[in-house]
Ligand binder design. Sequence first.
Ligand code: EPZ
Length: 414
Amino acid sequence: MAFLISGGKPLYGCIRAQGAKNAALPMLFATLLCTEPVTLYGVPDIGDVRVALSLLSSLGVKIEYDGSGTLTVDATAAEPPTFSLLEAEKIRASSYLLGATVARFGEGSIPYPGGCSFGVRPLDYHRAGLEALGVLWEEDARGIRVEKRKEKGAVYHLPYPSVGATVNFVLGALGVKGESTLFGYAHEHHVLDFIAFLRTVGAKICLEGDALHIKGGERLTGGSYTVTPDAIEAGTYLIAAAATGGEVTVEGVRYGELSPLLLAFGRMNIPFRFSGDALTVTPASHIRTTAVTAAPYPGFPTDLHPQMTVLLSRAEGGGKISDLVWDERFSYLGELEKMGLRVNRFPHGVRVFESKLHPAVVTSTDLRGGAALITAALACEGESKILEEEIILRGYEMLPVKLFSLGADIRTEA
Ligand code: EPZ
């Protein structure tokens, strides 16, 4: 399957942000710790969520999903898997099953997780955190096996604010009696939303500066919770609006989560205005150059780096973008160069030159790289073809419908 996009027209209109993929995924796996049903609102109907739901179903978790974001999960009858959870290889978030199953069942095993291909994606921080909690971690060619060996809390200092390792330590700590503390946790809003969800179902977690304090061994109840809006999805559409010279409103966003992007818009002379929870980008008379560095929050979000590269190619004098999170997140550049992007690579980043983009047949390298290809196709006259579009649909709910509602000429080719 492929997307066919005829670009060169400004986007105009209003859409609503989906629930945050990277908040919903840890919440789904955390339901394994809940002794009563959980209802989640705003769960995006995207590929990664469907894989997570399939993994939970294979553990005997009962799921009702109405496809419009409301999901009821009942994990009370869940059982340890009796077969290999092969689907775990499809998404990175399946790594959360390690903390969740060891907390729920005292043991667990998964094949190596998948996810976007940014080179090697180690799990050493996940391992060190769970081992600090007394969990036995064994690896072989088939995957990873964990087993609870102690009932005592622990203190662990993350050497880097890893999103995934933060989630796994919290899940593991909830499964051991006693107080645990995690220093250096990830501060991304979707991580804080995950913690807010856990507190809703009874987890005793408090944040104190750079430390997360967790009281483990307590029963988690059930309840209901609304997933925070997806700032990365919203930012993707706002960047596309700026890149096409259009006027787009995204409803259901929060300023704090988008502030690093809005600071870049300010430097680039891209006008925007907030009204309640709606953010509108309007056409810029000219786009100024800037330099952007993707880093852990409150740095510029790495998941908007590829999309921002396209916008920089529309700026007077281009710009620079570095990524201090993923050394190997630049494979999308080769596809954008087929569309006329001119760059010079340097360690951890690229110098982007003002470029006249043109249509091409290109292939999604990863989720946000694919989003960048769509942004480029929307911004240039003529028809582009984007292959492997299912990679993009892993993270963007109803993407063709949303773009069509903004006036884009987008079709799906079988
Ligand atoms: C999460 O990945 C997100 N995925 C990614 O979003 C996002 O890019 C990333 O956080 C950073 O914000 C989900 O939430 C499902 P990390 P994660 O652990 O948890 C190194 C998207 O587009 N590291 O914060 O895998 C790692 O190699 C996806 O939605 C270790 O060295 O990210 C990387 O350089 C793509 N050892 C850095 O830390 C570890 O044990 C950040 O990784 C773990 C991580």
